[in-house]
Each structure stands twice: as structure tokens, then as C-alpha cells.
Design a protein around this ligand. Sequence first.
Ligand code: WQD
Length: 346
Amino acid sequence: MSKKSYILVTGGAGYIGSHTVVELIRQGRTPIIVDDFRNADRKIIAGIESIVGTKVIVHEIDACNQAEMELIFQQYPFDGIIHFAAYKAVAESVAEPIKYYSNNINSLLVCLTLAEKYAVKHFLFSSSCTVYGDPKDSVIVDEKTPMQTANSPYGTTKQMCEQILSDVVRSSAHLKVLKLRYFNPVGADESGKIGELPNGEPSNLLPYVTQTALGILEQLTVYGNDYNTPDGTCIRDYIHVTDLASAHVKGLEWCETQSAKTDEIINIGAGNGTSVLEIIHTFENISGKRLNWKYGERRVGDVEQIYADVQKARRQLQWSATRTMEDAVRDAWNWEQKWRNETTGN
Ligand code: WQD
């Protein structure tokens, strides 16, 4: 790419953000990371640079701080924005809804205000399958599946942000928005140099598995085995984070082909379902370790099963997941071991 294509990546030091920055650089873009590291480790920047072999530009800014964010928009002629910066822990959002509404909504409003002011046309939004709530008619959801009431304030912020984006596109002269509804991101870059870093005790399944395997956590609890599924445990669509990252590169390219204003929604998942027990058994087979786990009560808010119809992503973005759930478990385990060795020095 001859002319530099600057892409603002808010939350670019985070789990999905960092993997997307790697893919953007590989595609010849110049990502500008904005992150205040409230939910990311600075070592991830070194990990990105080690993977891509070049320095990355990072501005340590709160994405809700409009004055500081405006200085960035004045410095770079952005071709696009990928907005990741948001809180994303479902249980925490139930305990602290104001924190979630304030941060997740205001960071979007700041980015949209400045995108309009500085005529940035392409806007990718990090949405989530959680906007579907508990699907009533089919466990395989496509983009036309009606939203149900979200199971948490986190999910509601994603629904609200999608509505805000639609309203702004309607009033904008040029905005082209693509909302990517992620299913369950898992795994890590195959290098083991970047990966998921849950803040405190993980709420998501795979990091809980890998930390239990390393003895950081005592025991994994499987939340419920009386669901109406083949093995009684919940089913999800686990998508490798590197596949998810490449979907953003494709999404940006797609936005750039749109001649008029755009307000598009695309599911980003593997397009298949895996149960909790299948994840556990896959981990034990790959790692050769017996996992310490037990059955427990169902977790409030859990959906029995949901996974993505991914035809639209395939058709419109020419994208589909290429990595398997096994790849994701292997890469997550590789990352966990490397990270712990480096940070604890053993
Ligand atoms: C998966 C399955 C649990 C932990 C949420 C958000 C989604 C996305 C991913 C941000 C469920 C079971 C889990 C454990 C368990 N968020 N589980 N024991 O809830 O499907 O999705 O996180 O990007 O938007 O909604 O993910 O990994 O928490 O749970 O049995 O210790 O694993 O009950 O069935 P979830 P999860």
C-alpha cells in the first residue's frame, strides 16, 4: 500500500484489538492504537511488535476523553475506525451497570462525534452475539434473527450502540458502518506472543480451563449439565481470535467498496457449535493433562445453545473461519504457558 492507510483502533492493546492490529499491519495498513491499558497489559505491545517486526504507534488515551481523542484525529487522516474499547464482562456488568453504560456508550459517542467532524467514512463496531439474547426459534442465528432482551447490561450496551450507529448513519453525509457480531472469541496468535489476559479471575470458559490446568485456579465448575443438549452442557460458537481479526480486515475492505452510506450487520463465528464438555475433553487430549473440574449449578443468564449462520460473512466479505476449535484450544494453552513462564520467570 503506497499511501499510508491510517486506521484508528480503540482498545487496540486488548485481546481482539491486538490480534486485529497484527492482521492490519500484515495487510499493509497503519493502525494507530488508542488504549488506556485499564484492561490490557503493556507487554502486549511488545508482543505485537515482535510478531510483525515493526514498531506500532500507541497513544495512551481514554477513548471517552473527547479532547484527547480530538488531538489524535487532528494528527492522522484516518481512513477508518475500528472501535473495540469497551468493558465486556457479563457478570461484572450486572454488578456495575453504570460503569458499563457510561464507558461503552460514551466511548462510542466520542468516536462518532469525531468521525463526523473529521469526515472519517468507515466505521467497524465490535458487537456481540449477546444482542440476540436467548434465541427463541432457532439455535442457529442469522443477522435477521430478532434481538431479544439482552441477558446483561453488557449485552444491552451492545444493542444500544448498534441503535446509536444506525441513527448516526441516517443523519450522516458519508458514514459507512459495519457492525460485527462476534460469537465466542477464543485462542491466541500461534506465536504465543499475544493472547487473552482476563482481568482477575476469568469469567470465560477457555481461560478458566487453561488457568486451572496451570494450578492458578483450583477447579473449573461446569455450569449445568441438565440442558437439552447431547451431553447436557451448553453449546457455543467458538471462533479463533485470529480468524476474528482477519474478518475485520475483510470488513474494512468491504466498507471501502460501498459507494453510499451503509449500516450493515454481519455475524462473525465459526458456524458450528461446541459444548463445554467437548472443550474440556479437547483440552485434555491436546495438553495431555487431566483437568480438575466438577459439575455445578447453571449460571444465571446463560443461553442453552447458540451458534452463527455465517453465510452472509462468506458471501459479502469473502471470509470464513479457517481455524478449528482444536487450533484455538492448542493456541490458548500455548499462550497461557508462555505468558505465565515469562511473567513468573519459571
Ligand atoms: C461459555 C460457556 C458457560 C465458564 C460471553 C459474552 C459474549 C462474549 C463471550 C465478549 C457457557 C460455560 C464458562 C466457567 C462454564 N463476550 N462456562 N464454566 O457467556 O457464552 O459469552 O463471553 O466478547 O458476548 O456473552 O462465554 O466463556 O463465559 O461461557 O461452565 O467457568 O462455558 O456456562 O455455557 P458466554 P463464556
